[in-house]
Design a protein around this ligand. Structure first.
Ligand code: NAP
Length: 544
């Protein structure tokens, strides 16, 4: 029996570091690392010790003989990666005992502790903080503009992906670390300036992600029921900046989504999943209620290119194929679609569409009673039609245009980084210019995650990204290139309290966590989130 890595793989290589026989690849020191959709266990070398499964932060590794349902195909998926690869030698220069990839970054033992502020408590910020705390004696100040930690783990990962959310437990171990100070609900650029933050620390790492969404720039995009998928994701995840009534699902039988990346698949899945299946998750109460009364029966995923260029990962599409009570259909409106699917190389999303029904969809008919997701390729959105609200979407079609009636339009065309006050910003890419994570022209200032490399890649990609940034920072520290802080460590806490009396610290965060978990207990849910800033702040004070 061997183990196999499955759908929720976050590719952060925690498993690689604990494998005693180096049977998980690609490792961070192999060229394929970061280029494959996931990591794979080599069934020829796996010794079935389970060390990887114990270490996996997202519960993605399972015994291959116990894979069922949507996971059933992963034994073959893992094995296929090694089909034309030689087994790793058990000795020799390329064999690392205990498989340990080199994540070694440290400071000389006689180096005085440095103080590093990390702005943003999502995956990128927390991998950077973890790296500093595990490998150096640095003191870390965690800052987040929301009064609760987690970033995209809390507000981006879909509620029906609890395994992926499990990585949050790995990060939360560091929230109460003795060398961590936490200031949540504090916005850099509003409550404190970037200069003030820098003046209290040896270095500042910005891990602020990509907080905005991209726009299509087409007519009708601002109609009330035309919204960014990122807002829809925030809505079902109880983000305090999206109102409970921001989405109306009572009207639309059909929803059109622009884009077919993993965010598009997330929103499509949530829209057509039987709400009973979501009732045991941490989905926002208002979203669960809206989904229970939802009129939505059909979601159309628009790809502006063909099946071979679908932006989703194969693992997420595979999961969609196993969604109970939901039919997948490919709209066969263009002669290029069939051959692209039939001729697709194995392993990618297009090949997974081979056994999906293809039909020429008649859009003038209203959505039927059964729940279904339609993939429509070679169709870019040209206009959101409607006067007071969305009535449909006009899309390009084989040199012509087609009209798809719909009552809700979601653009899932990617996130976009926002400029950070005091930092340079590249408008075209929505990122901060940097060299190995060091912000161009600003000593002691660093970036990590999506604000550094753009909004792509899953959670685990941030681990190697953080390793690079922390490596650069530590090299700068050793080279004496960090500016000395003008103020002592405790002064920053005083400054924050003088500016914002609602700031939440680690104890407040723990109180929120306890209160949310306790709210969830009665309904058998992992937690019921507080959905507004006042509620979060009150819970932090033990008043909820
Ligand atoms: P994405 O993967 O970049 O997909 C964006 C989609 O929008 C693509 O289909 C793209 O088409 C399309 N698009 C972009 N501009 C367009 C335009 N002007 N008109 C029409 N279509 C347009 O972005 P995402 O879905 O937001 O995901 C962001 C990252 O988060 C990805 O790396 C994703 O894998 C990750 N993520 C992972 C998970 C998960 O693992 N479960 C969940 C959510 C997000 P083209 O390909 O033609 O440009």
């Amino acid at each position: 029996m061997t183990y196999a890595i499955t759908q929720t793989c976050c590719s952060d290589a925690t498993c690689v570091a604990v494998c005693p026989v180096n049977c998980i690849h690609p490792t961070p020191d192999e060229p394929d690392f970061g280029r494959t959709e996931m990591l794979y266990v080599d069934p020829r070398s796996c010794i079935d010790c389970g060390a990887c499964a114990d270490a996996c932060p997202v519960d993605a590794i399972l015994p291959a003989d116990r894979l069922t349902g949507p996971h059933a195909e992963y034994a073959a998926v893992n094995a296929a990666y090694y089909a034309d690869r030689e087994p790793e030698p058990a000795t020799g220069p390329n064999f690392h005992a205990w498989g340990a990839p080199s994540f070694t970054r440290s400071l000389p033992s006689d180096f005085a502790p440095i103080r590093v502020a990390v702005v943003g408590t999502g995956p990128a910020g927390m991998y950077a903080a973890e790296d500093l705390l595990l490998h150096t004696n640095a003191e870390v100040t965690l800052v987040d503009r929301l009064p609760v930690a987690g970033g995209l783990v809390r507000y981006g990962v879909a509620p029906d992906h609890p395994g992926t959310k499990g990585v949050g437990d790995t990060f939360s171990r560091f929230h109460s670390h003795p060398r961590v100070r936490m200031h949540l609900g504090v916005e850099v650029g509003k409550d404190v300036t970037a200069e003030e933050l820098a003046a209290h620390h040896d270095a500042v790492i910005y891990a602020v992600g990509a907080a905005a969404d991209r726009r299509l720039g087409i007519p009708g995009e601002d109609l009330p029921s035309s919204i960014a998928a990122t807002s829809f994701v925030s809505w079902y995840n109880a983000h305090p900046e999206v109102a409970a009534d921001a989405v109306d699902l009572s009207r639309a039988g059909r929803v059109v989504v622009a884009g077919n990346g993993n965010v598009a698949l997330d929103v499509a899945r949530i829209l057509v999943t039987d709400p009973a299946g979501l009732a045991g998750t941490d989905i926002a109460d208002h979203a669960l209620a809206a989904l229970r009364g939802s009129a939505v029966r059909e979601v159309v995923l628009l790809g502006r290119r063909g099946p071979g260029e679908a932006a989703c990962t194969a693992s997420e599409l595979l999961a969609l194929k196993h969604l109970p009570g939901v039919e997948l259909v490919v709209d066969d409106h263009d002669p290029r679609i069939g051959p692209a699917i039939e001729g697709a190389a194995p392993g990618g999303p297009a090949a997974l569409l081979r056994d999906v029904r293809r039909e020429r969809v008649e859009w003038s008919r209203p959505a039927g009673e059964g729940r279904r997701i339609v993939f429509r390729f070679h169709s870019a959105p040209l206009e959101v039609i409607g006067t007071d609200d969305v009535a449909g979407v006009r899309v390009s079609a084989d040199g012509d245009a087609a009209r798809i009636p719909a009552g809700l339009f979601l653009r899932a065309i990617g996130y976009r980084g926002l400029a950070v006050p005091g930092l340079p910003f590249d408008e075209a890419s929505g990122t901060v210019p940097h060299e190995g994570g060091r912000v161009a022209g600003l000593s002691g200032t660093y970036v990590v995650g999506w604000i550094k490399r753009g909004p792509s890649g899953g959670i685990g990609a941030n681990r190697t990204c953080a390793a690079e940034t922390v490596g650069t920072l530590l090299a700068d520290a050793v080279a004496g290139a960090l500016p000395s802080p003008a103020h002592p460590a405790r002064a920053f806490g005083r400054l924050v309290r003088s500016r914002n009396r609602h700031a939440v610290d680690a104890r407040g965060l723990a109180a929120i966590d306890r209160a949310e978990r306790s709210r969830g207990r009665a309904g058998g849910r992992p937690r019921v989130k507080f959905g507004t800033v006042p509620e979060l702040v009150a819970a932090a004070r033990g008043r909820r």
